[in-house]
Design a protein around this ligand. Structure first.
Ligand code: ZN
Length: 705
């Protein structure tokens, strides 16, 4: 619903810039990255011996006194870890530290302010520049020129971070401001004052110094994984049942896993009539995971395949295709990403594994905390109740693919044509929507003054795609809402998405313009902004004045949504646990072959299934959880989905019965602190699965069949 990379551009001043600089999807669309040759990593490693660090610390303590000792040692050590031979000799290092250490608190505080101000103008310029370059491809104004594709892929700030090291700006930050480990931030969270948070964000913006070569190798490995999964199509019309029957339309081609999974979901429209089809898709998925699928049927329109027997044959007149299995390509791709990350590891002394970087830097929730939250969802007593309800509704014992049961949907009270007509009459043009933003915000409960303030900082543009939100990088700029309005005016779907994007924009304006320090602008991670976007989106009919007034229907809709949310979280929680277990296994077996990795993943998938799913669904031993393509192309991204469900639910539940407008502003101005600290401040409790589990249990009392 939003372009994630663009959204990330609104994060706090310095990190905003880094997000821009490091965000690959923003610049996708250009040619494929060229695989880089491995670099001799030793050249990037720290070059300052401990004895030199000790001597510099001694000299600085002699100058500034022993009360500064801890601060001095920390700062000099921070610089030494990222100082490389190309930055200068040991003598250069020593004189840099002795000259740039700020022993005077006033000077240190003024320096922090300068970093903050310069960070804001830099991210403001970077966001505005990239936005302008991309306008011809993002906006529905006129046909883009061939040149526009090149500009859309061009980011002049790509080398910004390395340049801050080369100019030693980054080293001044590292010498004088404290880097916090995630465990320290989590432990100290409630005790940290705003200045300490700002200091943590300032120093944190320099905590990684990864060379262009290592980043390029990482990008290339991820791109190969992405290529692999994005052309992994199955011609379901050519997949035959055990009796050799065709069950699907002849031309049905679906991508694994998204298309296959969504097909299973849509088949619940006729659960009895479609059961055999769902079973066949399950079989295909298990063969993909185990790499027992014949290589000749992947992305190939001319081959018939009978998964039950493994038999393949030519569809037309052609020669008989080979039945050889796909030779563990899926797992070879994962290993390539792992090997690229090992190169990054060497350059990241403070975050020496990919797991550290994903959990401690990006997500800022410790890995063990994430795992514990996932297990809380999986072990909720409500799971068995929801499964029993699904069993009653389907009238049969559950099968593995029922983790994708899709029947908890409330029926809308309005016909789609009527909704389209109401929306088009109200918003014939983009300008009409722009003009109505203050009124929309008013209906959501914002005061006239706040609604006006927000509307003044949101520019509505015509989108070429479905729509997205793009925050500003500096307070003098505006957030942008991109929405699609056809020649006949906006339709209901476009409006529904526009409200989602407006939720992002309002968050973006609050967290940049109303936060006390721009070093702290933004939200802890993507899940938080999505939660606000969904809050807006869910109120779309209310804003149109078309909400149903039947309390019973309302109650049932809320209960169905709780069941749907819980069952989605239950399904994806195990998938996320498997993703984590896979990377733990990789670091324990760095020399693994693709075949060994396949065995390990299949075994772990079955273990997780048997522990958490078998007792609930009543069926054992499937490796189905390993089907997600994210594992091959976007490793360790999957935990964001279930954690997002939890965050969404916690915020939503807290806001029920309170003012969305007041609570949202209060939560947003906390800025980019850790997810845990943010949630405690927002709802008075840490991140937790309890609300979603409780809501599911409660919903079971309302929805009985
Ligand atoms: Zn979104």
């Amino acid at each position: 619903m939003t372009i994630v990379s663009l959204k990330r551009a609104s994060f706090s001043a310095f990190p905003a810039l880094l997000a821009l600089v490091l965000t690959v999807p923003l610049i996708s669309g250009a040619g494929k990255p060229v695989p880089a040759t491995p670099v001799p990593v030793e050249t990037h490693m720290a070059s300052i011996p401990q004895s030199t660090v000790d001597r510099v610390v001694q000299n600085l303590v002699a100058q500034w006194g022993s009360t500064d000792q801890e601060r001095i040692r920390r700062g000099v050590t921070q610089v030494s870890l990222l100082w490389r031979a190309s930055d200068g000799s040991e003598a250069d290092f020593a004189s840099f530290c002795e000259k740039e250490y700020l022993g005077d608190p006033k000077l240190r505080s003024a320096t922090m302010d300068r970093f903050e101000a310069n960070g804001e103008v830099t991210s403001g310029a970077a966001v505005a520049l990239v936005r302008k370059y991309r306008e011809p491809v993002d906006l529905d104004l006129s046909e883009p020129l061939p040149l526009d594709e090149l500009y859309a892929a061009f980011n002049p700030f790509d080398h910004y971070l390395e340049d801050t090291f080369r100019t030693r700006i980054a080293f001044v930050g590292l010498l004088n401001f404290r880097l916090y480990k995630l465990s320290e931030l989590v432990g100290l969270g409630p005790k940290l004052d705003r200045n300490a948070w700002a200091e943590a964000r300032l120093a944190g913006s320099f905590e990684l110094r990864i060379s262009g070569e290592a980043r390029a190798a990482e990008t290339a490995a991820v791109a190969r994984g992405d290529d692999y999964v994005s052309s992994y199509n199955i011609y379901l019309g050519n997949v035959l049942s055990s009796g050799g029957q065709r069950l699907f339309p002849e031309d049905l081609k679906l991508i694994s896993h998204w298309g296959l999974r969504d097909e299973i979901k849509s088949l619940y429209a006729d659960p009895v009539g479609n059961l055999e089809k769902q079973r066949l898709i399950l079989q295909v998925m298990e063969k993909i995971v185990r790499q027992e699928i014949p290589a000749s049927v992947v992305n190939e329109a001319g081959v018939l395949w009978e998964p039950a027997t493994g038999k393949v044959s030519a569809k037309g007149q052609g020669s008989a295709p080979k039945a050889d299995r796909e030779p563990d390509v899926r797992y070879a791709r994962i290993l390539e990403i792992f090997r690229a990350e090992r190169q990054v590891d060497v350059e990241a002394p403070l975050f020496p594994t990919y797991m550290d970087r994903k959990f401690d830097i990006e997500r800022e929730i410790p890995k063990d905390t994430v795992s514990a939250l996932l297990v809380d969802v999986l072990q909720a007593p409500a799971a068995r109740g929801v499964a029993a309800l699904i069993r009653r509704r389907l009238g049969r014992p559950l099968e593995p693919f029922d983790v994708w049961y899709d029947g908890f949907k409330a029926r809308g009270a309005f016909k789609p044509e009527d909704l389209d007509r109401a929306v088009a009459a109200r918003y014939p043009t983009v300008a009409a929507f722009q003009a109505d933003v203050p009124a929309i915000l008013g209906k959501l409960g914002f005061s006239p003054a706040t609604a006006t303030f927000l509307a003044q900082h949101i520019v509505v543009d015509p989108a070429r795609g479905a729509g997205h939100a793009m925050g500003a990088g500096a307070r003098y700029d505006s957030a942008h809402l991109r929405t699609r309005v056809g020649p006949k005016g906006m339709d209901y779907k476009g409006y529904n998405i526009a409200l989602h994007e407006l939720g992002h924009n309002v968050e973006q304006v609050f967290t940049l313009n109303k936060v006390d320090r721009t070093l702290l602008s933004g939200v802890p991670n993507n899940a938080f902004t999505e939660a606000f976007a969904f809050l807006f989106q869910a109120r779309d009919l209310e804003v149109l004045g078309l909400e149903t007034n039947d309390p019973k229907a309302k109650k049932e809709a809320v209960a169905l949504r709780a069941l749907d949310d819980y069952w989605s979280a239950f399904e994806i929680a195990g998938v996320a646990l498997l993703d984590i277990a896979t990377w733990e296994w990789l670091y324990a077996h760095p020399e693994a072959t693709p075949a060994e990795l396949r065995e390990a993943v299949v075994q772990k998938a079955i273990e997780i299934w048997n522990r958490y799913y078998a007792p609930v669904l009543g069926v054992k031993d499937t490796p189905l959880l390993a089907i997600y393509s994210h594992m091959v192309a976007y490793p360790l991204y999957l935990p964001d989905y279930p954690i997002g469900h939890l965050i969404d639910f916690q915020i939503e539940q807290y806001i029920q019965g309170r003012s969305l407008a007041t609570e949202m502003e209060r939560m947003c101005v906390q800025g980019k602190i850790t997810p845990d600290a943010w949630m405690r401040g927002a709802v008075g409790a840490p991140l937790s699965a309890a609300p979603i589990n409780a809501a599911a249990a409660d919903a079971l009392k309302t929805v009985r069949r």
